[in-house]
Design a protein around this ligand. Structure first.
Ligand code: PEP
Ligand code: MG
Length: 889
């Protein structure tokens, strides 16, 4: 294998091997752009090193050969005493990990060659400053010396001279500082700063390899879900200097505005400076446009290069460049990061420019970005006082009164207050408070902390790890930078999309994208902004492309109508249990407690017209589109009073010798029906088989509602779905009864009803015997919530708040399997069942209605295994449409 590639040998598609930076340097080199010559050591070499603790044997020789070629090209040797070649050694992984890994500049300087550099540059100060930077960076990143020791020495030197800025130090001061720095290295690292340039380079390369496994880098990868075994490449690049005087400088540029996508001149320039100076903010940069006055030739060349890059990458690029004595050099480019809104705009702009086609445009955006654009947001024009910033853990804009414990959160929210729960970090005890709060703010913890994981699961706004906020839960207060104290009850605002924390109440405005989906804002109309226009067009691209249909999980007309506006092509799951709550709960209670046939009949008769009305409304809202109605699913006890409350009531009544026969009877029933494991107990089809008349009542209501809609010239398309089936026998019995009822209604109304009957596949046994089950089912809908629960043996109501944080931290999975489908486990059952089902019944319709139906990554999986549709909550429909389109490109 080859471990080292010259910049002339690589290209942009070799990111796995050369890292992002190396691949793009090679691409620019081959485009003929002015890149300082150099070479890249591959991620493969890094992997060998990380696995064995030693660099691959061939690496040293390959580096020697490439270094020799570089020296030949540059006409000088690394560290040559009278005219040294200097190089930078930089990390560069496949995915950008900003600031996480190491870089060493000015390698090749030594006590001898610093003189040569001074002579060549005609600038003593510059040479000694470069040398002190090398010792500082090398000491810190390669030899592990505490960086503050160098900083302190630098400050001391400035104080001694009574100056405030680095640049006011002269050559003689810097020379003294170099001596001081070398002493620090000697004491702290127990060795001299190496004078041999090759030794400097080799040690720096090793340090970059090692930095892959630094604590910060590991944490970053976990948070960003970057695999730990990729390794980093190392770029060795000849140095160019932006700090050689006023005709030198360094800058960053974007080929278009990363916030709006507009074309123009965006970037910053800093005269007479090196890259670090820009990042460190030591001096103020000027807008890139001013470079035109400073150095017109370089400016014009840069504009030309930016155009070349954009046309070549066909995307927004960001660029780092340096001008050395009037000569422009490109140090880096990459496809630039952008805001969610800009991603949509840029994608459509590039289509209009003819640079990319619709399919390519779809790859430039994603569902997470669209979801972000759909949250309400803080009014940007409002006056705000930002007091902190943490990790944007779960999007949304939340305003409320500060509370510092769960108990208060619950208490206040019950009395109608909006609260923000502020904790140092949260744990399972905070769950009630988190549910009660508008948003959650913590001062500790990252994207996988308890607060972040649980808040995301609940769809609640969360900012975590806002470290500059001092949270004092005992005294119920929080101190913000500058000393202001936020007391319990003070209003604060948090933005889960940006991580920003504000004092007071920041006004919230609805998302224009939601206004558009709701039909309250129209693309092309005067008030439609560019973002809405771009989203509108991208949705059209996705709809043209996708094969998957998208349905909604909805169980009332209001949700159904919203779902339609959002583009739903039917209802994939109507959970009828939601229709039995509220006032109707008592009717169900009577059904459960019925002692005689007559009593049971009576309560069923009372429920029937109510159910029928529900369905009529739903069919009307979804006229012409399929509506899948699932028969009653949850365990019976959910319709009975709470066992503890009831026991207390009975005990009280007993002690007071008051009449309590009814309560006693109820309590006995509650005891009889109590289950240790209700999720695995009497629910779904089991209930239908045990409570006579329950399912047939529901089927009758559906059939009569459909007939009524037909009589009203409507087009109802009902599908009846049986939950929690584990064996075909269960389904056969229910079907037989259902068919009978449907026939009766057809006869009585004189209407032919085409009601499909199908089942959910949400138990492992159902998936494993799908071939048999398909004999009795006209469609399958995968209930991936229960399927995940039963395949993993994870209680879906408990685990996310209890041990998932630990699992995520240990990297057992990168994301909750309840959020994104576990392809290997649960997913392979879905695939198997889909195939077996279609084997039995080639026209079997297949869908999914678990939460995964609206999750971007899962949508791609369902596309791949050939399902016909996904079904998700109304608000996730646009995301599902977009991702279904993306899955098809
Ligand atoms: C499922 O189990 O995936 C499902 C959709 O049903 P429910 O969430 O109602 O159990
Ligand atoms: Mg289920």
């Amino acid at each position: 294998v080859k471990f080292v590639y010259d910049f002339t040998e690589g290209n942009k598609d070799l990111k796995d091997l050369l890292g992002g930076k190396g691949a793009n340097l090679a691409e620019m080199t081959n485009l003929g752009l002015p890149v300082p010559p150099g070479f890249t050591i591959t991620t493969e070499a890094c992997k060998v090193y990380l696995e064995s603790g030693e660099e691959p044997a061939a690496l040293r020789d390959e580096v020697s050969a490439h270094l020799a070629a570089l020296e030949e090209k540059m006409g000088k040797r690394l560290g040559q005493a009278d005219d040294p070649l200097l190089v930078s050694v930089r990390s560069g992984a496949k995915f950008s990990m900003p600031g996480m890994m190491d870089t060493v500049l000015n390698i090749g300087l030594s006590d001898k060659s610093v003189q040569g550099l001074a002579k060549q540059a005609g600038d003593d100060r510059f040479a000694w400053d470069s040398y002190r930077r090398l010792i500082q960076m090398f000491g810190k990143t390669v030899l592990g010396v505490d960086g503050e020791l160098f900083e302190d020495a630098l400050e001391a030197a400035k104080a001694a001279k009574k100056v405030t800025v680095d640049t006011e130090l002269e050559a003689a001061d810097l020379k003294k500082l170099v001596t001081k720095f070398k002493k620090i290295v000697k004491t702290e690292a127990g060795r001299d700063f190496p004078q041999d340039p090759r030794e400097q380079m080799d040690l720096a390369i090793k340090a970059v390899f090692d930095s892959w496994n630094g604590d910060r880098a590991k944490l970053y990868r976990r948070q960003e879900r970057i695999p730990h075994d990729l390794g980093t490449a190392v770029n060795v690049c000849s140095m160019v200097f932006g700090n050689l005087g006023p005709d030198s400088g360094t800058g960053v540029a974007f080929t278009r505005d990363p916030a709006s996508g507009h074309q123009g001149v965006y970037g910053d320039y800093l005269q007479n400076a090196q890259g670090e100076d820009v990042v460190a903010g030591i001096r103020n940069t000027v807008p890139l446009a001013e470079l035109e006055q400073i150095d017109k030739k370089s400016y014009d060349q840069l504009m030309q290069i930016m155009e070349t890059l954009e046309n070549h990458y066909k995307d927004l690029c960001d660029i780092e460049f340096t001008i050395e004595r009037g000569r422009l050099w490109m140090l880096q480019t990459r496809v630039g990061k952008r805001t969610a809104g800009a991603a949509f705009r840029i994608a459509t702009q590039l289509v209009d420019q003819g640079l990319i086609d619709e399919a390519e445009a779809l790859t430039r955006v994603n569902g997470a970005q669209l979801a972000q654009l759909m949250f309400p947001r803080f009014d940007e024009s409002a006056k705000v006082e930002q007091v902190g910033r943490g990790i944007a853990a779960s999007p949304g804009a939340a305003v409320g009164k500060a509370v510092f414990d769960s108990y208060t959160a619950v208490k206040w929210s019950r009395s109608g207050e909006k609260v923000i729960l502020i904790r140092r970090e949260t744990n399972p005890d905070d769950l009630d408070g988190m549910i009660a709060a508008e948003g959650i703010l913590t001062s500790r913890g990252g994207k996988t902390s308890h607060a972040a994981v649980v808040a995301r699961g609940m769809g609640k706004t969360c900012v975590c790890g806002a470290e500059e906020l001092e949270v004092d839960t005992k005294r119920r207060r929080m101190t913000v930078p500058g000393g202001h104290v936020v007391e319990e009850g003070d209003l604060i605002s948090i933005d889960g999309s940006t991580g920003k924390v504000y004092l007071g109440e920041v006004p919230v405005v609805p998302s224009p994208v939601v206004e558009y989906f709701e039909g309250r804002m129209h693309p092309g109309a005067d008030d439609a902004d560019e973002l809405v226009e771009a989203v509108h067009r991208m949705m059209a691209f996705a709809d043209r492309k996708r094969r998957l249909r998208v349905r909604a999980n909805a169980d009332n007309a209001e949700d159904a109508l919203r779902a339609r506006r959002f583009g739903a092509q039917g209802i994939g799951l109507c959970r009828t249990e939601h229709m039995f709550l509220g006032d109707r709960r008592e009717l169900v209670e009577r059904l459960i407690l019925a002692d005689t046939e007559a009593e049971r009949e009576e309560s069923l008769k009372a429920l029937l017209p109510l159910q029928k009305k529900d369905f009529v409304e739903l069919f009307e809202a979804m006229d012409g589109l399929p509506v899948t109605i699932r028969l009653l699913d949850p365990p019976l006890h959910e319709f009975l009073p709470d066992i503890t409350e009831l026991s207390v009531r009975v005990a009280l009544a007993e002690s007071r010798q008051e009449p309590h026969e009814n309560d006693l009877r109820l309590l006995q029933a509650v005891h009889r029906l109590h289950e240790q494991n209700p999720m695995l107990g009497l629910r779904g089809v089991r209930l239908g088989l045990v409570i006579p008349g329950l399912f047939t009542m529901q089927v009758r209501a559906i059939a009569e509602a459909a007939a009524a809609r037909r009589a009203a010239k409507g087009d109802p398309r009902a599908e009846i779905m049986i939950p929690l089936v584990g064996t075909v026998q269960e389904l056969e019995i229910v079907r037989e009864e259902a068919d009978k009822v449907i026939a009766e209604v057809q006869e009585a109304t004189g209407t032919e009803l085409k009601l499909a009957i199908g089942t959910m596949i949400e138990l492992p046994r159902a998936a494993l015997t799908a071939g048999q089950i398909a004999e009795a089912a006209q469609f399958f809908s995968f209930g991936t919530n229960d399927l995940t629960q039963t395949v993993w043996g994870f209680s879906r109501d408990d685990v996310e708040a209890s041990f998932f944080t630990a699992y995520l931290e240990k990297g057992i999975f990168g994301v909750s399997p309840f959020e994104t489908i576990d392809k290997d486990g649960v997913g392979s059952l879905v695939k198997l069942a889909a195939e077996a089902g279609r084997e039995t019944r080639p026209d079997l319709k297949l869908g999914v209605c678990g939460e995964h139906g609206g999750d971007p990554e899962s949508v791609h999986f369902f596309h791949e295994v050939g399902l016909d549709y996904v079904s998700c909550s109304p608000f996730r429909i646009p995301v599902a449409r977009l991702e279904a389109g993306r899955a098809a490109v």
